[in-house]
Design a protein around this ligand. Structure first.
Ligand SMILES: [Mg+2]
Length: 295
């Protein structure tokens, strides 16, 4: 298993280097035209170009491994599939899968903000579900790539010589990330947040923040599979775990039951609220039941 893992990471690091100049040129350009997808999120030419470059190369390099990309999934005619569970189970039935978000934080990218990422994960079948075994997250605006290497995470400069194994280093400021939709959901379902929240507009960027210790934790619930898998691979190697908000249990596989049955509007969207946090932390250190607090 380690062979395909290493091969995947090496290949993706190379692909990131190949698309970086194109992405940075688009960042520098005055206009980055975007159009809206069916779910209201944005897509640009750069999203599609990066994804197509990754998908073509990875399909050629890993024949037989199914590849899921955000933009190809948006254009696929998913509504023709009668049963979402069977559709997801079919993808998850292979021994390995590749999951790509060509640009996470497209709105930030369009608006010239710094927080957007390229994310790619290799997952493996675990029981009825899948779990990431390798991941690469690239941050074009800082020129850094984060990737799994053995049981570690390496931070590497795309252009420079810097390359170091990193550990999670918690910063003093207690912030957590929660998307606006999840904040609304938590508030209307009797939960309160233990720390001030932020939301950068890129879930991958925020999850990465929790992995490296810039944030105390991240709530996830409205994201799609491609937002979660690459950072989760890093999290596995940086002492972070994913907990189910309702039960507090560690999540160790994502199954078809975790994903939205609504293929037309929310394909590959998570259905359960989960929290990414350090293994030593308790859920209550981040999210509390407001009613429980009141006794
Ligand atoms: Mg995207």
């Amino acid at each position: 298993m380690s062979e395909i893992r290493e091969d995947f990471v090496e290949r993706v690091r190379q692909l990131v280097r190949e698309v970086f100049p194109m992405v940075l040129r688009a960042v520098a350009a005055a206009s980055r035209e975007a159009s809206a997808k069916a779910d209201g999120s944005l897509v640009t030419e750069t999203d599609c170009a990066v994804e197509s470059h990754f998908v073509k190369a990875l399909e050629r390099h890993f024949p037989g491994v199914p590849v899921l990309g955000e933009e190809m999934s948006a254009s696929a005619r998913l509504s023709e599939h009668a049963d979402a569970g069977a559709y997801y189970a079919n993808f998850m039935s292979s021994p390995h899968q590749i999951i790509i978000d060509p640009i996470d934080g497209t709105k930030n990218f369009v608006e010239g903000k710094r927080e957007f990422c390229i994310a790619a994960a290799l997952t493996a079948r675990v029981g009825e579900g899948i779990w990431p075994i390798a991941g690469v997250v690239a941050v074009p605006n800082t020129g850094m790539i984060y990737y799994t290497e053995g049981g570690f995470v390496r931070e590497e400069s795309v252009v420079g010589e810097n390359s170091v194994i990193i550990e999670r280093r918690e910063v003093a400021e207690p912030l957590m990330s929660v998307s606006s939709k999840d904040r609304w959901w938590l508030a209307t379902n009797g939960y309160s947040l233990a720390h001030p929240w932020i939301s950068s507009g890129s879930s991958v960027h925020d999850f990465l923040g929790t992995c490296v210790g810039r944030l105390r934790g991240s709530v996830t619930g409205t994201q799609r599979l491609w937002d979660l898998m690459a950072p989760l691979a890093l999290a596995n190697n940086l002492g972070c775990v994913l907990r189910d908000l309702a039960t507090g249990d560690c999540v160790t596989r994502i199954t078809p039951e975790h994903l939205s049955p609504n293929l037309e509007r929310r394909a590959w969207g998570l259905e359960r609220k989960m929290v990414l946090l350090p293994a030593h932390a308790t859920l209550a250190e981040l999210v509390r039941r407001s009613d429980a607090e009141q006794g």
